[in-house]
Design a protein around this ligand. Structure first.
Ligand SMILES: [Zn+2]
Ligand SMILES: [Zn+2]
Length: 341
């Protein structure tokens, strides 16, 4: 089968992914073999490519927003360990989503608290295990997400990371219906997150350098758009930073009301500069968002279906994954790049 493989981390300009013919993987106990129909290209893939984060082993097939069809299952372990009712009946021929969270231990204190995203044993798709920049991949049966039938393969792919983590970010930013929410950076995740916030009746303030992204935000119902140097007419109740730039943190705190929350949706960020205490005084909260739980995925896909959330996608053939990542790096994509074979 074909796969785009990373052997050495390098800048996207070096086109580090190589198209290779590799043996078809065989599902082990508790695993499904998934035939990939579409795979989203996430900023995390770019961080993996360029060495901002380090997968434990190379070579590796990236990709963790996978829509596919279950081709085979290995039930040697049985389904008794299946912790999620939504994945309990998934079988051969079903269309599924494979998200970033490949698996978690299920027994540690974080898993017990429903914070499996923080499990020290958590393994991530396209990072610890091969992902969806390929014709086929293996997935843990317990973590497969059913995809609502009315959402197409290409539309569903961006929902599986950009969408799910954006939804978790709104929750962790303590967003309530009707409030003023700031979104900082307007790429794949924010363009889906704004639709959830609008669905909740929030006024959304979008900060982005790109004129095209401002236009996109306005089309999706932003109440205000501008650059980070611009001051919106009112203080924000909450905000989410999507851009991996630490210097944004004090600038966004400056625009937050007392008691407001700023959540950072980034797996990697440049250093946050030293800042005056007054920016966080007044009971402002600053927190990060790390990965997402299976339950986040179930809830978000339900919301995406109910609100008819539309993903803006640019389609690339699988063997042009390097170009897709380069275009992502240079903010040339409105919404998200999706690979199809
Ligand atoms: Zn991702
Ligand atoms: Zn655990």
């Amino acid at each position: 089968m074909k796969a785009m493989r990373l052997h050495f981390q390098a800048q996207a300009e070096m086109q580090p992914l190589l198209l290779e013919e590799i043996p078809m993987p065989e599902p082990g106990p508790g695993q499904a073999l998934v035939r990939v129909l579409a795979c989203g290209v996430c900023h995390t893939d770019l961080h993996t490519l360029e060495g901002d984060i380090h997968p434990p082993t190379l070579p590796l097939t990236p990709g963790h927003q996978v829509v596919g069809v279950v081709d085979a299952v290995n039930e040697a372990r049985g389904r008794s360990e299946n912790a999620h009712s939504q994945s309990a009946n998934i079988g051969v021929g079903d269309r599924v989503g494979v998200p970033w969270l490949h698996s978690a231990c299920g027994t540690c204190e974080y898993c017990q608290r429903g914070q499996e995203n923080l499990c020290p044993q958590a393994r991530f798709t396209g990072f610890h295990v091969d992902g969806g920049y390929a014709e086929y991949m293996l997935a843990d049966l317990r973590y497969l997400l059913p995809i609502p039938p009315e959402i197409s393969d290409e539309q569903a792919a961006p929902l599986l990371c950009a969408g799910i983590i954006g939804y978790r970010s709104l929750r962790l930013a303590d967003v309530h219906p009707g409030e003023r929410v700031g979104l900082v950076g307007f790429g794949a995740s924010a363009h889906l997150t704004i639709q959830v916030a609008r669905g909740w009746g929030c006024d959304v303030y979008v900060f982005t350098r790109s004129a095209e992204h401002r236009q996109h935000a306005a089309e999706l119902g932003a109440a205000w758009t501008g650059g980070i140097e611009d001051t919106p007419p009112r203080l924000l109740d909450s905000a989410v930073i999507f851009a991996p730039s630490g210097k944004l943190v004090p600038l966004v705190l400056e625009r937050l009301r007392p008691g407001g929350t700023l959540a950072i949706n980034a797996i990697h960020m440049s250093d946050i500069p030293e800042m005056p205490y007054r920016l966080i005084y007044g009971e402002r909260t600053l927190r990060s968002v790390a990965n997402a739980t299976y339950q986040d995925g179930v809830e978000f896909l339900r919301i995406a279906s109910k609100l008819s959330i539309q993903s803006s996608v640019t389609i690339y053939p699988l063997d042009e994954a390097n170009q897709a990542l380069l275009d992502l790096k240079h903010s040339k994509i409105n919404g998200e790049a999706v690979l199809v074979d």
